[in-house]
Every structure is written in C-alpha cells, then in structure tokens.
Ligand binder design. Structure first.
Ligand SMILES: *[C@@H]1O[C@H](CO)[C@@H](O)[C@H](O)[C@H]1NC(C)=O
Ligand SMILES: *[C@@H]1O[C@H](CO)[C@@H](O)[C@H](O)[C@H]1NC(C)=O
Ligand SMILES: *[C@@H]1O[C@H](CO)[C@@H](O)[C@H](O)[C@H]1NC(C)=O
Length: 282
C-alpha cells in the first residue's frame, strides 16, 4: 500500500508538469526525481491522445482554446476523500475547474460485472472497496460541491446531459486560489498547531537543558541529576501533550496558544521540581 501511495503521488507530480506546460503553452519538462519507465508511459499516454506533439527529444503541448477546452478525466477509484482532495488542491493551485463524477453502483452489480472481466479481481477486493469508499459529500465538504452522483447501471440521455452540465459548470467556475472554506481553515489550523508545537518543543528543550547545567554547577549528586532530568523531560512531554490534545492538565488557554505563556507556566512547574533537589543539596 505504501508503494502504491508513492506511485500515486508521483503520477500527480507528472500531471502537474503537464498542467504547467499547458498553462505556459510550452514544452513539457520532466520532473527531476522520476521513475524513468513510468514517465515514458505517461508521455506515451499523452501522445496517444494527441495532447503532446513530440519529436524524439522534446514534447510540445498541443494547443487548446475556448472552443476546444481541455478536460482531463482521472479515472480511478479515489476511494478516500483525501485522495480526491489532492487533485482538488492541484486545481486550486492553477485556478482550474474541478468536478467529481461518482458512479454509484449496487455491490451485487459490481460483483457480477467483475466476474465477467477477463481478469477478474477476487470478490474480497470488491467487498473491501465497498467498505472503504467515501462517497462525495458536498454538504460536509465545500470543495466537493461540484459532484454528480449517477446511479449505475442507468445510462440514459438524461445522465449524459447532466455530465455535460457538470463539465461546463466547472469549466466556467475554476477553483479560486484563495478560497475561504472550512477545509482550508482546518488545514491551516493543523499547520499552525504543528508550528506552535515545534516552537514550544524547542523552547522547553532549551529551558530543560539550561536547568540541567545549573544543577550540575550546584554539585548535585549524579543519581539525583539523572532523576531530575527524567522529571523535567516528563514535564516537558506533558506540556507538549497539552498543546497537542488540549488536555489542559497544566495549560489553560483559549483560542490561541501563546508561547511565552506556555513557557512561564512551564517554569513555575519546573521550579517546584528543582526546589526539591536544590534544598536537599543544602
Ligand atoms: C526521490 O525519489 C526517491 C525514491 O522514489 C525518494 O526516496 C526521494 O525522497 C525522492 N526525493 C525527492 C527530493 O523527492
Ligand atoms: C463472486 O461473486 C459473484 C457474484 O455474486 C459470484 O457469482 C461468484 O461466484 C463469486 N466468486 C467467488 C469465487 O466466490
Ligand atoms: C503573549 O503574552 C505576553 C504576556 O502575557 C504578551 O506580552 C505577548 O504580546 C503575547 N504574545 C502574543 C504573540 O500574543
């Protein structure tokens, strides 16, 4: 599974190379770190669909214009919402349209169709996919609002008109680069708390190491030094856990976490611990 994930990420990078070439109207250039055979396959696919015109050495992207808009269909299971979100992020980065077409199909139909394939997958795989699949949920995820769910095996004219409509709507409404949606805020929050955590970790680590230096200067016994270090590191870990989980054993903060508040609260606790060792010494 981890290799599969890596290959998916690599393919997304290739897609980005192609998008950049389309936008600049120039040549497609290979990403620095690529699996050569896979990159060649990718170019071959583009060539077969007349998306690039190439000589042996270079590949020029075919011209597109408003009368012939370029629609890329990423045909995969994309069973986790997070897999689809990566594609959405790419669309947002380049201000492109994004939409999702979900073919909703009863499990029994999937099993039957699968068994008729020349190289059928084990039924277990189909069951697994059914369990894992996270359907588009436009009510919960604002970024999924351009989603169309078609009941398969229906294959009507009406469905095909709906698909055309979906494509035109997304072409006319590219994803805005800065979009004020909950998803983005959630991502920002995670990044922000990761930064805070990193900063707090550095600050507390420095405090612990300074305190240990002072303790050594006070000629505290080696066995006590060892226990002091253990206690301080445990305290540090608990503070970081407070920030991470909001357990609030020590910290009592509202919306934002202020590093200097964290530090002063940490120093109070630390002084209580250090007191025991220093007074023992005297
Ligand atoms: C290059 O690819 C290798 C193997 O796929 C990977 O381990 C490494 O992290 C990649 N380096 C960069 C800079 O992407
Ligand atoms: C897989 O499922 C199909 C449809 O339910 C069934 O006909 C077939 O016998 C199953 N195959 C196995 C190996 O169980
Ligand atoms: C953190 O709190 C201290 C004192 O409570 C204050 O002086 C400082 O400006 C605050 N810093 C931030 C980034 O809010």
């Amino acid at each position: 599974p981890s290799q599969w994930k890596m290959l998916r990420q690599e393919l997304l990078k290739y897609l980005e190379c192609f998008l950049m070439a389309v936008i600049s109207g120039g040549h497609i250039s290979a990403p620095p770190n690529r699996t050569e055979a896979m990159w060649e396959d990718f170019l071959t696919c583009l060539r077969k669909q007349d998306l690039i015109l190439s000589t042996a050495l270079e590949a020029q992207v075919a011209k597109t214009d408003a009368s012939r808009p370029l629609v890329l269909v990423l045909d995969d299971n994309f069973y986790y919402q997070s897999m689809r979100y990566e594609v959405y992020q790419l669309a947002r980065k380049y201000s492109l349209g994004f939409c999702q077409l979900f073919l909703d199909c009863p499990l029994e139909t999937c099993l039957q169709r699968n068994s008729q394939r020349p190289q059928a997958l084990p039924n277990e795989t189909i069951y697994l996919m059914e369990r894992r699949l996270e359907k588009p949920n436009p009510e919960k995820n604002a970024w999924e609002h351009n989603s169309l769910i078609i009941q398969s095996p229906a294959c009507s004219l009406e469905a095909s008109l709906e698909v055309t409509d979906l494509l035109l709507t997304s072409l006319d409404n590219p994803v805005k680069y800065v979009e004020d949606n909950m998803e983005q805020k959630e991502t920002d929050r995670i990044i922000c708390s990761t930064n805070i955590l990193h900063k707090a970790d550095q600050t507390l680590r420095r405090t612990v190491s300074e305190t240990m230096k002072e303790a050594k200067d006070e000629q505290i016994l080696p066995s006590d030094l060892k226990r002091l270090a253990e206690e301080l590191n445990k305290l540090k870990a608990e503070f970081l856990e407070d920030i991470r989980q909001g357990n609030k054993k020590y910290l009592c903060f509202q919306q934002t976490i202020n590093i200097s508040d964290v530090l002063s609260s940490f120093c109070n606790e630390k002084d209580n611990i250090v007191q025991k060792y220093f007074s023992k010494q005297q």
